[in-house]
Design a binder for this molecule. Structure first.
Ligand code: SF4
Length: 164
């Protein structure tokens, strides 16, 4: 599950870069984000140049150790984790749909640290949400690390994040 940003990035450099350096910098901007199956053979097939770069992919969000394991910075998911994630997303969509048909349509955008759902929302001018006071009427989410997120997902406890 990968996201590829189709764009034409502008490379800013103090001095005139060598063509190889510029190409390398450019490739970095096109590196995909997302999740890759935690299987070294699959990853090697997806990026045939891994061996040339000591296991560090310029294309995928993964880095493979010599023993076939993944570095902790890798965005990889086990089949069990993937099932847990799919199940959680389906459950959330089902819950949202049921809430809507039950008439629960309160305006409760999330807030996670400084980020809010409203920041880039195109409906801002019509929804009339007015953040008030310190709490601002937001649904506050607790920041979670990668490990805790997977633990909650795989344990079926992701509601914990919402204080449920
Ligand atoms: S601007 Fe309105 S519709 Fe958009 S996320 Fe915020 S509360 Fe929701």
């Amino acid at each position: 599950m990968l996201y590829f940003h189709v764009h034409n990035p502008l490379i800013l450099h103090k001095n005139r870069p060598q063509p190889d350096d510029a190409a390398k910098e450019l490739r970095k901007r096109f590196k995909m984000r997302g999740l890759v199956t935690a299987d070294a053979d699959v990853v090697r097939m997806m990026d045939g140049d891994l061996r040339l770069r000591n296991g560090y992919s310029e294309l995928l969000p993964v880095a493979l150790k010599a023993d076939g394991g993944f570095y902790s910075s890798s965005a990889v998911v086990t089949p069990q984790g993937w099932e847990a994630l799919r199940s959680e997303v389906r459950g959330q969509i089902r819950r949202i749909g049921t809430d809507i048909t039950d008439g629960k349509v309160g305006i409760e955008p999330y807030r996670l640290g400084k980020k809010t759902a409203c920041q880039h929302c195109p409906y801002r001018s019509v929804c009339q949400f007015e953040p008030l006071g310190e709490e601002g009427g937001y649904r506050h989410l607790r920041p979670l690390g990668k490990e805790e997120t997977w633990r909650l997902l795989e344990g079926g406890d992701s509601g914990e994040r919402h204080g449920e």
